[in-house]
Design a protein around this ligand. Structure first.
Ligand code: ZN
Ligand code: ZN
Length: 578
């Protein structure tokens, strides 16, 4: 009645037999019950430019289990595979292959050639990925995947951005952004969150001489000596109490000004001369440490800022608006100048003569030595603290003022938070913890990358009058007045750089519209997948309606601030639902 069962079972062999049966019978395709009520699963797209590893298996077990269960309960669970193909991870690998370490080398090599290499590399290991997927029995449709570098996918990205543009949510701003000097591009807040770790940095206490007062100094603390040549002001907290004390110095005496609360940690022997509120210090002038660059507006005086802390340091903060978001905000309130002492590769510009061309962090020791030699160093130590590094290339990030493109996500902060409350997170503490906290501190999404292999930012600018225009699709671009689209793409359309950069059209003023040169954060691509996987709204309108929003997504916890965030932000802004 029964076949005899051997006591010695070779499990891998049994698995192979089952897999063969599934393949031959088309079990997965046949199991997808098109007549059932949809239960929607989104596949988070991997990049196939590296080999899959054991750590990729766990998430896929869950990504298979739940859809399979709901299929068995009679639901229609379409499982469209996807590939993430753009961005720094891909570029970096090609750079390594070619032995490049800077953007200049890429441009000398040629953007077209470089991007062709990127295009090749993203599917280098696709057969290994497909085999891993098959072997672990993960049922997902890899025959019809969405691919973020396809023209159709890019066009949907453009459509999304145009919706945002029309709502006034896409803008160019001169802001301090986290910036990787090696990759030569700003990063978004969620990318920065991926790269924090411990680092050793200088911790120095410096004397800033009060103007027109002999031997009197503001005592100022910083962990970034390289920002000092960009200093334009000092900040105090208006409501905190400050003191002026007399201390002995090399047989003479000097007077130091600092927050009263920090006096015990810094100075033991002193004579108290005066106490006053921070607000009374505002407007006092000091002698600049450096005068490499001439400010075009009044500078070198004390301003009030409520972000100044008396947790550590001296309660007096040095301000370089080019290198700190808070410095920039306060600097704008006071109309302070911005001294941009650093170039886009993270090196001092020529005007900073003693250290011109040096990577700024490498110049720290020389700056410290200079301050010591001039008698301006009060104390010099090291501090161990957490500092952000580039999530792809591990270079310490700089905070750096530059012009880049943003999505005004802060306008949707409340909705981002409230829609998140309706998401059923497992484990549930992520909802209000790791993800919820993150949303409440939302800042505008730094969207643009000064790179090569990515979805081109669909913004064109008039070279005569500066007018800006956002393009929401291929036909729209082709139909612009006097557009040279068809000429550029005679041999076939590829929406990537450098080809798209050649597409120009007429502005109302008679000038020529040229594309802004940036590409998009690759997290925008993956976050756009609910829309772009269907080439919505250009095609598949019904399919999109049927497959939005998702019932189930599942990824590793690092994706809370990666893919989960970009999905949530884009859906919230576009459809006001999550
Ligand atoms: Zn980098
Ligand atoms: Zn114009």
């Amino acid at each position: 009645m029964f076949r005899p069962v051997s006591g010695k079972v070779n499990l891998p062999q049994v698995e192979e037999e089952v897999l063969r049966f599934w393949d031959e019978s088309g079990a997965f395709e046949r199991s997808v019950r098109k007549d059932g009520r949809p239960w929607v699963f989104y596949e988070g797209p991997p990049t196939a430019n590296g080999l899959p590893g054991a750590h990729h298996v766990l998430a896929r077990v869950f990504k298979d289990l739940f859809p399979r269960y709901h299929t068995m309960k009679g639901r229609y669970v379409l499982r469209k595979g996807g590939w993430d193909t753009h961005g720094l991870p891909v570029e970096l690998q090609v750079e390594k292959e070619l032995g490049f370490s800077s953007k200049r080398q890429i441009e000398d090599y040629g953007i077209a050639e470089f991007n062709a290499k990127c295009r090749e590399s993203v599917f280098e290991f696709v057969s290994q990925w497909n085999e891993m997927t098959r072997r672990i029995g993960f049922w997902v449709d890899l025959d019809h995947p969405y691919v973020t570098m396809d023209n159709d996918y890019i066009e949907s990205d453009w459509w999304i951005l145009k919706q945002m543009w029309q709502k006034g949510l896409l803008y160019e701003g001169y802001k301090v952004v986290p910036y990787c000097p090696r990759c030569g591009t700003p990063l978004s807040d969620h990318e920065v969150a991926l790269g924090y770790r411990e680092a050793d940095d200088p911790s120095i206490y410096i004397r800033f001489a009060v103007a027109d007062e002999q031997d009197t100094y503001f005592l100022v603390w910083t962990t970034t000596p390289w920002t000092l040549p960009g200093n334009v002001a000092l900040a105090v907290h208006p409501d905190v109490e400050y003191v002026e004390v007399e201390v002995a110095r090399e047989g003479k005496s000097e007077r130091l000004i600092l927050a009263r609360a920090l006096l015990p940690t810094l100075i033991q022997d002193y004579r108290l001369l005066a106490t006053f509120k921070g607000s009374e210090l505002v407007g006092r002038k000091y002698v600049p440490l450096y005068s490499f660059m001439q400010p075009d507006r009044p500078a070198y005086y004390v301003v009030a800022a409520t972000y100044v802390s008396i947790e550590d340091g001296t309660g007096i903060v040095h301000m370089a608006p080019a290198f700190g978001a808070e410095d920039m905000t306060v600097g704008q309130q006071y109309g302070l100048p911005v001294l941009q002492t650093v170039d886009s590769e993270g090196r001092f510009i020529a005007a900073i003569t003693p250290w011109a061309g040096m990577p700024v962090k490498a110049a720290d020791p020389a700056i410290i030595e200079d301050l010591q030699r001039r008698g301006l160093m009060y104390r010099s130590e090291r501090v161990r603290h957490t500092y952000p590094f580039c999530w792809r290339c591990d270079t310490p990030l700089l905070y750096y003022a530059r012009s880049s493109w943003f999505i005004r996500t802060t306008q949707y902060r409340d909705l981002l938070v409230s829609l998140n409350k309706g998401i059923n997170w497992y484990p549930s503490h992520i909802r209000d913890g790791r993800f919820g906290n993150w949303l409440e501190n939302n800042i505008d999404w730094a969207l643009s990358r000064d790179r090569y292999w990515g979805t081109p930012l669909p913004v064109w600018r008039c070279e005569s009058c500066g007018a800006l225009d956002c393009v929401g699709g291929v036909d729209e671009l082709r139909g612009k007045p006097d557009s040279n689209f068809d000429e550029v793409f005679r041999g076939g359309v590829d929406l990537h750089r450098p080809f798209i950069d050649e597409v120009t059209y007429s502005c109302q003023c008679g000038g020529r519209m040229r594309r802004a040169k940036e590409v998009l954060d690759c997290w925008f691509d993956s976050g756009a997948m609910p829309v772009a996987q269907w080439h919505y709204p250009f095609e598949n309108r019904e399919k999109f309606q049927e497959q939005f929003p998702a019932d189930f997504i599942c990824e590793a916890v690092d994706q809370t601030r990666g893919w989960f965030y970009s999905l949530h932000a884009i859906s919230t802004i576009l459809f006001e639902q999550a």
